[in-house]
Write a protein that binds this ligand. Sequence first.
Ligand SMILES: [Zn+2]
Length: 66
Amino acid sequence: MADQARCIRCSAVLLKDEIALTRKLVNRGADKFYCLRCLADHYGLSEDILRQKIAYFKAMGCTLFK
Ligand SMILES: [Zn+2]
């Protein structure tokens, strides 16, 4: 079993959606990931906005969010 992915900034255990969103926002091939809170902080966005983006990308059928 692989170790659970953790946020490289705050070490929070990551959800699949957070990993997918990092790939979407940062780099498709990213192997370092951020939790929602750190992504929000990094981009100066609210966590709510990022949750809306996740919902949007899922609705668009983005394969990263499978
Ligand atoms: Zn974090």
